[in-house]
Design a protein around this ligand. Structure first.
Ligand SMILES: Nc1ncnc2c1ncn2[C@@H]1O[C@H](COP(=O)(O)OP(=O)(O)OP(=O)(O)O)[C@@H](O)[C@H]1O
Ligand SMILES: O=C(CO)[C@H](O)[C@H](O)COP(=O)(O)O
Length: 334
């Protein structure tokens, strides 16, 4: 950690396993600096270990397998600047290890299956994002990772996804209603009956009316825009790129949606798109593209997932700066 924080800013990153949380967290630590951010994986609050879950038939997604009282107490304490002794869930053994000491930091990210599930924990959050990966894409990503890196068969991966689905629908998916930003990843509409899932349609669903959060927009705030940016300034090969922006309703509240369908051929040219986006919370023109270029090797850099993950990171930075400046002003007045 750099120095003792005056104010801990708490960020929630929610999503199912294998939905790109690690990639998103890498982008966040790149943006803020590793020493500035502490990431807490909420799997550490599993109250049932692997054996107990197997015996009872309760999955890790089920709230009964998680200790929300302890989660709330500890996250609240950390946010108030106190040191905590956090349990550890060991994914290798499937058991709960002795606790570790965690100090408060400038930014604390709680990531995992349930950051927005418990109302008390949710109310502590200063900013939240839900990574919403459609089933078709989730299967493709999981198959790619679990078959190549973890030695699973295609049938294993499919069976694991299917067995998680009921509890996912019951306990994980409903959290997106509460997120400030939902990054939704869908199959492309540019290729008819696409099965490859290499080209993606990605939406950044930004909640309107959140104090201090100004949704980014394309061309004209509040209008509905369809834009094909391909041409002289943006190179596009098959199947091209389509962008969309507009207001919408999401779980009964008003949102501003940005969408990219397709792939960027030359990442440097994303600056052309950046020039047409407003309220991106960059510090200088071109910063968004620069951040994307900095880690072009991360999965999703050449499509909307990378673009919107970086943009969401910039929104988190703006929240951090707004809250810490506000606190500094309050402290100066006392
Ligand atoms: N934006 C993306 N575009 C393409 N593939 C992606 C993207 N994000 C993630 N993936 C794929 O999905 C896999 C899982 O991503 P990641 O490890 O970031 O997810 P996770 O939510 O942290 O998973 P877990 O909780 O299981 O560790 C990656 O190995 C990668 O193959
Ligand atoms: O959804 C998950 C969060 O990452 C895991 O399945 C859960 O934490 C249980 O872990 P394991 O399978 O290692 O016992």
């Amino acid at each position: 950690m750099t120095s003792k924080p005056d104010r801990v800013v708490l960020i929630g990153v929610a999503g199912d396993s294998g939905c790109g949380k690690s990639t998103f967290l890498r982008r966040l630590t790149d943006l803020f600096g590793e020493d500035f951010v502490t990431v807490i994986c909420l799997d550490d609050y599993h109250s049932l270990d692997r054996k107990q879950r197997k015996e009872t038939g309760i999955t890790a997604l089920d709230p009964r397998a998680n200790n929300f009282d302890l989660m709330y107490e500890q996250i609240k304490a950390l946010k108030s600047g106190e040191i905590i002794n956090k349990p550890i869930y060991n994914h290798e053994t499937g058991m709960i290890d002795p606790p570790e000491r965690v100090e408060p930091n400038h930014i604390v990210v709680i990531e995992g299956l349930h950051p927005l599930y418990d109302e008390r924990v949710r109310n502590l959050l200063d900013f939240s994002v839900y990574l919403d990966i459609s089933d078709e894409v989730k299967i493709a990503w999981k198959i790619q990772r679990d078959m190549s890196e973890r030695g699973h068969t295609y049938e294993d991966v499919l069976a694991a996804i299917n067995s998680r689905r009921p509890d996912f629908k019951a306990y994980i998916d409903p959290q997106k209603e509460f997120a400030d930003v939902v990054i939704q990843v869908l199959p492309t509409q540019l290729i008819k009956d696409d099965k490859e899932r290499k080209v993606l349609r990605v939406q950044m669903i930004q909640r309107d009316g959140v104090e201090g959060f100004e949704p980014a927009y394309l061309f004209d705030e509040g209008s509905t825009i369809d834009w094909i940016p391909c041409g002289r300034k943006l190179t596009c090969s098959y199947p091209g790129i389509k962008m969309h922006y507009g207001p919408d309703a999401y779980y009964g509240h008003s949102v501003s949606v940005l969408e990219v369908d397709g792939q960027f051929d030359k990442l440097e040219e994303v600056v052309y798109i950046e020039q047409h986006l407003s309220k991106t919370s960059v510090k200088y023109s071109g910063e968004l593209t620069e951040l994307l270029l900095h880690h072009r090797e991360y999965p999703g850099s050449s499509n909307g997932t990378g673009l919107f993950q970086v943009l969401t990171g910039l929104k988190m930075r703006a929240t951090y700066e707004r809250l810490t400046t506000k606190e500094a002003k309050i402290a100066a007045r006392v």
